[in-house]
Design a protein. Sequence first.
Length: 399
Amino acid sequence: MSGFFAHLEPYAGDPILSLNEAFQKDARPHKVNLSIGIYFDDAGRIPVLDCVRRAEAALLAESRPKPYLPIEGSPAMRRAVQALLFGEGSRVLADERVVTLQTVGSSGGLKVGADFIRRWLPASEVWVSDPTWDNHRAMFEGAGVKVHAYPYYDAATGALAFDAMREKLDALPAGSVVLLHACCHNPTGVDLSREQWRTLVPLLRQRRLLPYLDLAYQGYGDGIAEDAFAVRLLADEGLSFFVANSFSKSMSVYGERAGALSVVCADRAEAALVMGQLQATVRRNYSSPAIHAAGIVEKVLTDPALRRDWEADVAAMRERIAAIRRRLHELLVAARPGRDFGYFLSQRGMFSYTGLSAAQVDRLREEHAVYLVRSGRMCVAGLNGGNVERTAAAFAAVL
């Protein structure tokens, strides 16, 4: 007799996580993993930041009970996140227009926001950049929200298609939700300039569009405060918006699932309503977030010595990525003179669009044991002094 579940469709697997599993099974000793979005140090290891180690040691020494956190998460962590995003003494915080949840990574924040939009803004549809992180579309569609794309990446130049992007946004229906990467765009590494962000503000306001910022790589672009530019600009300009942020990369605490979702509202009364319905959304989902993740983030952000060391660690990671970008560019220019590889230098953060076709990516994997996502996205942080020359040679061989 057939079971209850015989009608289920098989799951094809997540394209990035499945590729990472294939990499793990690859027996070739010279293999290079440039697929998954994880920061590796120059020895090819996931670093354990000393500030995180010390924060955890302090948490252990305190030996506190481990009750359920409130639905919205740790109050101390949430305050620290607000100061990190909006700045100490921010007017929007003083006016109590921001509500913040501690979430299960920024993915959890995105999903809670998606459920909230489906329930309370049912006519709103979501617009994401073309391309965007694959899971953006899946999360909103999984919540029952229709998802569309706006122009973003110009494949011919490796740069931002800003005019086409602005033209599309200017034609969207009022109430549309626009997902924007606050910095270090995933998957392209192509960001809006500050002037372009300023140009978007009046358009967003006049068209009554609702921005949803994803800030997963704070500190990997220009700096921790600098990478919050878009968040602070929109807040200072009086816009209402969502922002989901993560500490996975910046604190190298991937498995702790340390993230947050903040919503900037029109006034204090509206903020109270939003917080209540966000709490209801979380309660019927995962009920409350993780206490250990909250403790790590709170201590690192609020202890002056830990905060200073964390900022230095993030700067070192950012500078290593920039240095390996320069080295890759230098090697490719030497291997293929006359070809323009300047986009590797102008793109920022962990990712770059290489311009490689799916067929070329397949050749990289099969012939050279270099793993990229089939879109041509490369995680630059997977490169190091021991594999960058081999990777550049592989790229040159398939171009």
